[in-house]
Ligand binder design. Structure first.
Ligand SMILES: Nc1ncnc2c1ncn2[C@@H]1O[C@H](COP(=O)(O)OP(=O)(O)OP(=O)(O)O)[C@@H](O)[C@H]1O
Ligand SMILES: [Mg+2]
Length: 230
């Protein structure tokens, strides 16, 4: 459910690579509202990951403006602060730190928190993603799906206002994919967390309230779904 206010507002976003030869984002306007769930779909190379990077300030666009909660965000410093406080990201390639255990990777998101409370939240989140027993393992000692769940735990442990998840169930069997999706949608409802899920899985996309389709760096379809059954 959304209260209609924008959490992130993208206006006229263009991003190209290779001296303009690759136009990854080619004029994207998109408003993500507080508390809504959005599936971002489109063929490989259509610009989905690039769009998440711009919406989280990991990449700055060549042209266009990005607003967070009504205020334009222009500097990398502003974005870094927002990512620490309000944005959770699940990367397509997980980006776990290889020398830290699963538990330490999740803890990293809470640096600066009070010790006892931090420990409880980390354990709770590891339990939620079904990895209580594996907290001491390094990423290299985990399967792809287990790593994916650590990445999700790390993104969610701070209870962000916005979760950007790039194929968060891509490496999971159907039971785990379902558990991970349920966890995301539960927090989405409980915390009014806006949720953007990049996925090729139509059944996951259909659990969202809205489906945005990218093609060649542009939004070619943007529709609300009638029923939500998460
Ligand atoms: N750093 C980069 N340098 C050069 N080209 C890039 C870079 N990042 C992305 N691209 C290109 O931009 C386009 C969009 O890439 P993007 O990663 O956003 O696609 P995607 O929709 O996420 O695809 P997939 O479903 O395969 O993950 C692609 O043509 C890609 O090759
Ligand atoms: Mg991608």
């Amino acid at each position: 459910m959304t209260d209609g206010r924008a959490v992130v507002w993208l206006e006229g976003i263009r991003r190209s690579f290779d001296h303009g030869r690759i136009r990854a984002l080619n004029g994207v306007d998109l408003v993500l509202r507080r508390g809504e769930s959005v599936a971002l779909v489109g063929r490989s190379g259509s610009g989905k990951s690039c769009l998440l990077n711009v919406a989280s300030g990991l990449d700055l666009p060549d042209e266009g403006r990005v607003f967070w909660d009504g205020t334009e965000v222009t500097s990398r410093g502003q974005w870094a602060a927002l990512r620490r406080s309000s944005i959770g990201i699940v990367f397509q390639e997980f980006h776990l730190l290889p020398t830290l255990t699963a538990r330490q990777n999740v803890e990293l998101a809470l640096i600066g928190g009070r010790d006892g409370e931090t420990r409880l939240r980390v354990e709770h989140m590891l339990e939620k993603v079904g990895l209580s027993e594996m907290g001491d393992r390094l990423p290299a000692e985990l399967s792809g799906g287990e790593r994916q769940r650590v990445a999700l735990a790390r993104a969610l442990v701070r209870e962000p206002e916005l979760l950007l998840a790039d194929e968060p169930t891509g490496n999971l069997d159907s039971a785990n994919a379902d558990a991970v999706a349920t966890l995301m949608f539960d927090l989405h409802r409980k915390l009014q967390m806006a949720l953007v899920i990049v996925t090729h899985d139509l059944s996951l996309a259909k659990r969202c309230e809205r489906i945005v389709t990218l093609a060649d760096g542009r939004i070619c379809d943007d529709r609300m779904l009638e029923t939500v059954s998460a």
